[in-house]
Every structure is written in C-alpha cells, then in structure tokens.
Design a protein around this ligand. Sequence first.
Ligand code: AHR
Length: 499
Amino acid sequence: MDQVTLDFTHSKGNISRYLYGHFAEHIGGVFYDGLWVGQASPIANILGFRQSLAESFRKLNPPVLRWPGGCYAETYDWRDGIGPRHERPTRVNWWYSHDKRLESNQVGTHEFMDFCRITGAEPYIAANMTSVTPLHIRNWIEYCNFGIGTTLSDERARNGSPEPFNVRFWGIGNENWGGGGQMTAEDCAKAYLRYSTVCDSLDKGNIKFIMCGANGHDVAWTRRLLQEYASRKGNEVRAWGMSVHYYCGTAGSPTAFTRDEWYKQMRQAYYMRRVLDDHRAAMDEFDPERGIKLVVDEWGCWHKDGSGPSRGYNLYEQQSSMRDAVVAALTLNLFNDRCDFVEMANVAQLCNNLHSLYLAGGEHFVETPNYHVFSMFKTHQDARHIPVVVSTDVFEGEGQPLPLLSASASLKNGKITITIANLDMDAARMIRLAGIGGGVSGQAEVTVLAHDDPRAHNSFENPEMVMPITVSRILAEGDILEAPPASVVSIVLCPQQNG
Ligand code: AHR
C-alpha cells in the first residue's frame, strides 16, 4: 500500500502559473499547417489560427507561450514578419538542412500576439543573440512595447496595433552552447550582458530578461556562466531568469516500446530533479539571494521521428502515448515541488512536434494525452504549494532507483488539488491519502487518465483512444484510491471542515 501524505503545516510558497508554460517554434509543422492555416483557409480559423486548437488551448489557461524558437530564433530577423503578409520575404529556415522547408513568415510578431490574445497566453519572445546586433533586438522591443511617437512604434500602429504589445518576457539567446553560436559559457555571459544592457535602456527595469543557460545537467557550464555574469556585479542588467533545457532521450518507439524502455524513459524523466536541484545548488554559489529564477524553457520527450500523422514530413513530429502523459505528470509534479526556485517551464512543443499537446493537419486535429495532463493539473496554477511525502515502492533494475509513485499538492480557493503519476507499468498502486495538520476528506472530483495499453495514443482515426474519466465522490479518512498501471490521477477536493 502506498501513502501520499499532505503536510499542511508549512509551504514552499505559491506554484507559479508559469510552470505550465508552452513553446511554439517555426520548425516542421508546428505553425504551417498546425497552429496556422491562414485566413483564407476552408478550415475554421480565428485570424488565421486553427479554431479548434485555439479554443482547446484557451481552456488550459495557458500562462505563457515562448516563440519563435528554439534554434530558429538564432537566425530570425523580426522585420521579416511584419507588414502585409503577401509582401513578406521567404527565407531559408534554420532547420532547412533537416527538412528542406522554407519559411514564409506568414506568422510574425502581430500574428503571434493575436494568438496570445485569442488563447490568453502571455507572450515570451526568444530573441536572436547570435546573428543580429543588440540594436536590432532593442528595435524589436521598441516596436513591441513603445507607446507611440517613434518611427518604429508608429510603424507598429500602421501595421494594425496602435496599442503596444507590452511583452515582458524576453529571452536573450537560445542554446548558445550549441546551435546558438557554439559559445563558451564565458562568451555567452558577456554577450548576454552586452545585449541586455542595450535592450534594457529602453524600458529600464521593466523587462524580464532570460539569460541562456545550460544543456541539461551541464552544471559546470552554468557555474562558468554565472561566474562571468557575477564578475560584473553592480553593472549587469539583472537577469530575471536563467534557462535550462532538458529532454528525455529516445527509449524505443513512441508507440511500440518495451517494458525496459518504459522504465528507461521514466528514469530519464525523473532525472529532471537532478537537473533542477544541482542547478539551484550551483546558482546559490553565485546568487545566494536567489534573485535569478530557474526557467526550464524547453522540456519533454524527444523520440525518434516519423511516428506522427505526417509520417516524417513534419520534422520531429511524434506521437505521444500514455507514456508521455506519465512523463508530463511526473515532470510537473517535480516542478510543483520546487516552486521556491523554478519559476517558469515551457513544454516543447505545442503542436506537431516533440511532446506535443496537439497533432493537426488539413481538417484533422487531435488532443494528445499530454493535453489531458495539462488540463488535469491546471488548478495548480498560482495555488499555494502543499508539501507531500510519498511512501511507495522503488523500481531497482538498471540505473538509479525509481520511486513508482509521484505526487504533488496545492491549495487554491478553498480546494485542494492532488496530482499523482503512477510510473508502475505493471501494476495498479493502491494509495491512502493522509494529512498532517489538516484532513484530506470531503467532496472530490477524481479524474483518471489511463488505458489498458500504456502505448495507447490518440490519432486522427481514433481521437478519443485515451481520455480522462472524472467521477465525483466523497473521500473519507482512510479511503483507498486506485491508480491504474501507467496512469495519471488528479483529485480536486473540497475539504470537509471539522468542528
Ligand atoms: O525543440 C526543438 C529544438 O530543441 C529547439 O529548437 C532547440 O532549442 C532544442 O535543441
């Protein structure tokens, strides 16, 4: 018997809603024709964006959306994406050498802002730090955020938006240790300081700059980055955040994996805790007041190409099964439990790509199991964190021990949300809920996302193969909940008032 104990006697603070963020890059089929179908399309659309998808996405209360890359950001010239769409240049996309696709620039700054407005997401722009000048990025910020009366802000008004976009989140660089210029950590910190100083002069102190951090667990790189950054103390434009990207690597086919590959994938996902904890420890050496927030601005499973509906046409498009859903739930639980130092996370990527919430093409559109996890977890956003102690079995096998149950909890508007991932592919887990300093009984909505086959996924042909089922029930003290094998469970509880 497993036990999930909620400790009401203390809290790590609020769970930032930005931990439930998203990412959409100009790569493969993410925009064309995933998110974007164009206004002239026979497919129902809102200002050119696929209506079914936009409406579905809106329901998740998406807090933030990162754009336009990824690697793509490092060759992006924002001027290509403004003005009348039929006059925009066609460019060679950063990913051209992988898929020979060109970039039409039909989605640019104004369209991205439209999508954010339609769906309620706050924009996060990832700016090029490799192949344009700091002035070029400063001009983009001026174009987006300056009230009126400059040549650039007037141009924005002529292009349809007299009101400034007021974009607060600006990433300076993407993966500058790799595709973003192959920089050393020291060079990356110096470039960040150069770009952010120039950019900050426009709107002093109001922009949240995100400095490009390490690849996965490369904490040594982070130390060198922060050492260089900290050596300018007093002069630097304070980075609001530092990014880290972590993907779970291939563990067999996305839809035909073996039992060993299931557990390999779970271990990779569970490794996120080391990426986070070791990063924070390194950051504490240089930033003991914790002024810089950790931003996991790309995460997810990176499977082999070709399993998605376009059969390999859309670069990195992959199917997402129950396994990916459990990875998502485990990862979000890890973030919730580190809400005292992880402030933002963006799952990669929204549509037709890695770990996507949606697959779409032509008239087809489907929500993947990942979508349902984000839906089941959304009440954690901006809720008060409740520490959780999980007592469960550990899977030994090869590599690090893997606890078979993951959980996190929070409180908002008088309701407790408990989210659970059962990493056990072989058996259901029987779970007793308990509380310290408070009870866990009352009226509950219990939602279970599961399937007899952990390889199950949603497709255009069978869009509802994996669907959550919600049951209302009274939870009494000592009740036992069952989490089916390879499942995700959420409980939203109106706690019974004692006395
Ligand atoms: O998400 C796909 C790619 O993965 C991104 O462009 C890049 O930042 C990362 O390597």
